[in-house]
Design a protein around this ligand. Structure first.
Ligand SMILES: [Zn+2]
Length: 494
């Protein structure tokens, strides 16, 4: 049986991938594409932020089932903002100890629902070995010791748990090292300056050593983050950034006797987590949430959510959760933000229904699960109001989505990841949200929204026995791999 390798390349976009290959800057990607089923329009999860997407990739479900709503969200029981680390300033405000605990421990052991199983858990329950290299969502049946670097250890005041769970072969930079015979040769990629090994070079180093040591798991998920960081800063150099990723893939391919030999031994899948949208240069491209919500008492980052607070803002770049607290009316927040045309969508729950509006308009569309309309993925929905709000088309048989791919399931997924009220905002193309300490990217790249620019990702499947079911979604990758490894059989359930 072939082994399966899944490379998760942060912010890889289909048009950039195609242009990079056409410009002869990506021999590794070209080789894989030439031997693959290439899907340029796979739909990812909303919000288009890595943390909740990683959870969907390893569990095969949207956030309404796995319960990790986004990168930044409000835990109303603990009365705390959860932040899986979105930049240095908010991390300093919230405290490195809280954020590091959130990302290393809470995400996997507390937030990710125990009602769903990760691909690592399923595989290892079937006596197959699974592996995870540098992925923040990694829950599995084995416990791994965390080696805190002295600097981080001192700052976090030894508050972190000593172990985290994961599959048999697991690496989280230099913090959790894989249990293999060969040590990974030390280089700069493992220093504090390079995120303690949470980078492309170290991830490929680890993968190569795992394979050379004869310990390659049946399935390995490898996360390559650098394309995202570079695109945020300089989207105009997108092709060069992906060419840099290609150099790492070539290093991996070259570790075999031939590139063909790699494909004889492995199914090699490449996927992205989300796209990016270029933000305008002028300050008006940052939508100030403080200004829009000036009539409310807004929670100050790093402070307690006291009884005076009316709104908690959780900014996910081109998407935001606004939480009404202490009896604040959700409707009052909706009205306050509805005046701004730079806001693309405003969505909220009303019982079991979702209601959606566009910024600057009062036209509404509502939808709910389990009624007469069915979408291309076999889900059924009811809807009322103005379908143009979400650019929904109905041909008498199937609901289709263009501007907002898989819009109903994805919006529903984000909104019902939590029980209480939350108003969801997305920014129009070219815009992102501004709030206290949130990282912004004027003239750079950003993501988070439901729009297709942030939501359509390439999926490259090389050397597989079956073809991937279309229309493709990121949440269907888990079952595809389980079928490829013989753990589940039969056709894709439509
Ligand atoms: Zn990003």
């Amino acid at each position: 049986m072939k082994k399966v390798l899944l490379f998760l390349i942060d912010s890889m976009m289909p048009d950039v991938l195609e242009r990079c290959i056409a410009a002869n800057k990506a021999p590794g990607l070209r080789f894989l594409l030439e031997h693959s089923q290439y899907i340029p329009d796979c739909v990812t999860v909303f919000p288009t932020m890595t943390a909740s997407i990683d959870c969907s990739l390893i569990t095969g479900v949207y956030p309404d089932q796995h319960k990790v709503p986004g990168l930044v969200w409000y835990d109303s029981e603990q009365k705390k903002i959860v932040n899986y680390i979105n930049g240095a300033v908010p991390v300093r405000k919230l405290g490195i100890a809280q954020c590091a605990t959130n990302v290393l421990f809470d995400l996997n052991e507390r937030h990710l629902s125990k009602d769903v199983k990760t691909i690592h858990e399923v595989l290892e329950e079937h006596q197959l070995v699974s592996g995870s290299i540098n992925v923040i969502a990694h829950r599995g049946h084995k416990q791994h010791k965390v080696h805190m670097p002295p600097l981080l250890d001192a700052i976090t005041s030894f508050q972190l748990r000593e172990t985290v769970s994961g599959p048999t072969i697991m690496s989280i930079g230099t913090l959790v090292r894989p249990d293999i015979f060969r040590p990974v040769t030390w280089n700069m990629a493992q220093t504090v300056f390079e995120g303690y090994g949470i980078n492309d070079t170290y991830a490929i180093d680890v993968l190569i050593e795992v394979i050379r040591s004869g310990k390659q798991p049946h399935f390995t998920l490898v996360y390559l983050p650098e394309n995202d960081h570079k695109l945020h800063a300089s989207p105009q150099n997108a092709i060069q950034h992906l060419a840099d990723v290609d150099k790492q893939l070539v290093r991996f391919l070259d570790s075999f006797a031939s590139w063909e030999q790699m494909l004889e031994r492995n199914v090699c899948i490449l996927i992205s987590d989300h796209g990016q949208t270029v933000i305008g240069e002028g300050e008006e491209h940052n939508i100030s949430l403080d200004a829009l919500l000036k009539g409310f008492s807004i929670h100050a980052l790093g402070k307690e959510v006291t009884s005076e607070v009316e709104v908690v803002i959780c900014n996910n770049e081109r998407m935001t959760f606004l939480y009404p607290v202490n009896g604040t009316e959700q409707a009052a927040i909706v009205e306050a933000v509805s005046v701004d045309k730079r806001i693309d969508l405003i969505a909220w729950k009303d019982g079991e229904k979702m209601i959606v509006r566009r910024g600057g308009s009062k036209q509404e569309l509502s939808f709910w699960r389990g009624a007469e309309y069915s979408d291309a993925y076999g889900r059924s929905w009811g809807m009322a109001g103005d379908p143009s709000v979400l650019d929904v088309q109905y041909d008498g048989e199937t609901l289709t989505f263009d501007t907002y791919p898989d819009a109903f399931s994805r919006l529903y997924g984000a909104a019902f990841a939590q029980q209480g009220p939350a108003v969801i905002l997305t920014a129009a193309p070219g815009y992102e949200f501004l709030s206290e300490c949130a990282p912004t990217h004027l003239g750079g790249g950003s993501h988070g929204s439901l729009h297709k620019r942030d939501s359509l990702i390439p999926l490259v499947i090389a050397g597989a026995a079956q073809s991937f079911p279309l229309p493709a979604r990121l949440v269907d990758v888990k079952d595809f791999i389980l079928r490829e490894l013989g753990v589940i059989s039969g056709a894709h359930p439509q």
